[in-house]
Ligand binder design. Structure first.
Ligand SMILES: Cc1ncc(C[n+]2csc(CCOP(=O)(O)OP(=O)(O)O)c2C)c(N)n1
Ligand SMILES: [Mg+2]
Length: 534
């Protein structure tokens, strides 16, 4: 029996388990979406930046790729900020967009994407417009394969709108792929030898440890060696229990200060993170004099761009499990306990400071809560008050582009529900950050997703003021945000919303929000004072 390209495509998607599609439809996508099968779910986002970041959150929560359908040139353009983030988050995404009919493409008709394959670059691992309609289903299979293999990431398919009623070549073959790459045994043995003979090694565990489900192996290796553990700068997923006695905190995101933190060690072992991702330019040596570095990553490009160190290409968990067998137990003196200074104003100030907000959050949050944060000037304070202690329960943008966490939390909550896990999802947002993809509140409300959005409202782009101080660039305009009414905005999108001014009211509002079946936005005014960047 012959089938259409549409039928063959949906059959393949079904076999790949890709039955949830995040999208924003247009005329160029309608032929793909026609007669939408009853066993598929379409998750509507009102703007493509939201659509793509919701799919990212969903994929991070499920550990499987998500499928996205965008509106031709403009839709991909809107999604680009979120796509950059998904790329740095190493999230497997199959991003598709409609394209004008092949019959007219030469004439550059309305809604044509004139450089469809180029538009999403460089943030896709593969980008393709099938040369003939009959190749569409197999192109989906290749896209899936490219997205999930390490390092995972987004891929792009441009789909001409006249392809879907054409005759298919038959059923597309569904294939399975490996999602982990194992370490070269000889090289791993050499790494283990170097670790065992080091005088004072230190471990740095990055986001790919969490992506690879490597928490347990990471913790056991740290305990066997009995050495300090750091998180790399701006880690986008937590990789180690942050209340563990070996945990030292977060490395600074500038060259010289980071190197300074490692100065007592002759060997640094970095697993599942780049070496390193910096933000502020504070020049210096990448490592202290005499310190060597071993780098384990499943991303060959990441290994290539490291300025120092010897690398081993491998999945974080596989490498950690093997190392665990190969290294000698450490006989080092126990690292000094980390002291975290947590100070609350006494008596409490009239306007809340971030510490009070995070203290209330820490006291109210269920242990299994998932937290996504995009409150730029308060991330360091957040880490002090809210230690992450469980796998797959913390995420922030890998790219530094705002507008990711709010929609990603919506996608994450949908995945929690679809998986039957139903962990509560909290998004901690700046008043600036909350505006970039605010339409995702509508999707949260329409799907009745119990996300709690906590807006830390300091009335400004606080961190940019701190950055201007640090860089010595006074007089920059556009840093204040007066006149925003988050309760009105959130209500307009169908969410419950409250303004909360005190710690007690916040604790109560969080409890209420966590019990509510749908989304809640809490607008929390905080002081405008911002801590220095370094
Ligand atoms: C898409 C995007 N546009 C602009 C910026 C520049 N930027 C970085 S931080 C920031 C301010 C964020 O303000 P807010 O969310 O209120 O957090 P605060 O610093 O006040 O805590 C801006 C605009 C960015 N990172 N991403
Ligand atoms: Mg702000």
């Amino acid at each position: 029996m012959t089938s259409t390209v549409r039928e063959a495509t949906y059959d393949l998607l079904r076999q790949l388990g890709l039955t949830t599609i995040f999208g924003n439809p247009g005329s160029t996508e309608e032929p793909f979406l026609q007669d939408f099968p009853a066993d598929f779910t379409y998750v509507l986002g009102l703007q493509e930046a939201s659509v793509l970041a919701m799919a990212d959150g969903y994929a991070q929560a499920t550990g499987r790729p998500s499928l996205v359908n965008l509106h031709t040139f403009a839709g991909v353009g809107h999604a680009m900020g979120s796509l950059i983030c998904a790329y740095y988050n190493k999230t497997p995404l199959i991003v598709t967009a409609g394209q004008q009919t092949r019959e007219m493409l030469l004439l550059e008709p309305y809604l044509a994407n004139v450089q469809a394959v180029e538009t999403p670059r460089p943030c896709v691992k593969w980008s393709y417009e099938p040369v003939r309609a009959a190749d569409v289903p197999a192109a989906f299979m290749r896209a899936y394969a490219a997205a999930v293999q390490p390092p995972a990431g987004p891929v792009f398919l441009s789909l001409p709108m006249d392809d879907f009623d054409k005759e298919a070549l038959g059923a597309a073959a569904a294939r399975t792929l490996s999602q982990r790459v194992g370490p070269d045994p000889a090289r791993l043995q050499e790494f283990a030898r170097q670790i065992s003979k080091a005088k004072s090694p230190v471990l740095v565990f990055g986001a790919s440890v969490d992506r690879a489900d490597g928490w347990d192996a990471a913790q056991r290796l740290a305990e066997k060696l009995n050495v300090p553990v750091w998180a790399p700068p701006e880690i986008e997923r937590a990789a180690f229990p942050e209340d563990h006695p070996l945990f030292q905190g977060f490395l600074p995101f500038a060259i010289a200060p980071l190197s300074e933190k490692l100065k007592d060690h002759d060997l640094v072992v970095v697993v599942g993170a780049p070496v390193f991702r910096y933000y502020l330019y504070v020049p210096g040596d990448y490592l202290p004099a005499g310190t060597r570095l071993l780098h384990i990553t499943d991303d060959a490009a990441e290994a290539a761009r490291a300025p120092v160190g010897d690398s081993l290409l491998a999945d974080a968990r596989l490498a950690l499990e093997d190392l665990l067998d190969l290294v000698e137990p450490g006989s080092y003196p126990a690292p000094p306990a980390r002291s975290v200074e947590r100070e609350l104003p006494d008596p409490p100030d009239l306007v809340l400071v971030p510490a009070q907000v995070f203290a209330a959050l820490q006291a109210s949050r269920p242990e299994d809560a998932v937290i996504l944060i995009e409150s730029t000037s308060n991330i360091a304070e957040f880490h002090k008050w809210v230690p992450i202690t469980r796998p797959r329960s913390f995420s922030l943008f890998g790219s530094g582009g705002l507008g990711w966490a709010l929609p990603a939390a919506v996608g994450w909550a949908l995945a929690e529900r679809d998986a039957g896990r139903n962990r509560p999802v909290l998004a901690v947002l700046g008043d600036g950050a909350a505006n970039y993809s605010i339409q995702a509140l509508y999707t949260a409300a329409q799907h009745g997703l119990p996300v709690v959005f906590l807006v830390l409202n300091n009335g400004e782009y606080g961190i940019l003021k701190a950055f201007a101080d640090q860089q010595g660039t006074p007089g920059v305009p556009g840093m204040d945000l007066p006149g925003l009414d988050f309760v009105a905005l959130a209500t307009g999108y169908g969410c419950a919303a409250f303004r909360v001014d005190t710690s007690e009211a916040l604790a109560q509002a969080l409890q209420n929000a966590l019990r509510r079946p749908g989304p809640t936005v809490l607008d929390v005014p905080i002081t405008a004072a911002v801590a220095p960047l370094l």
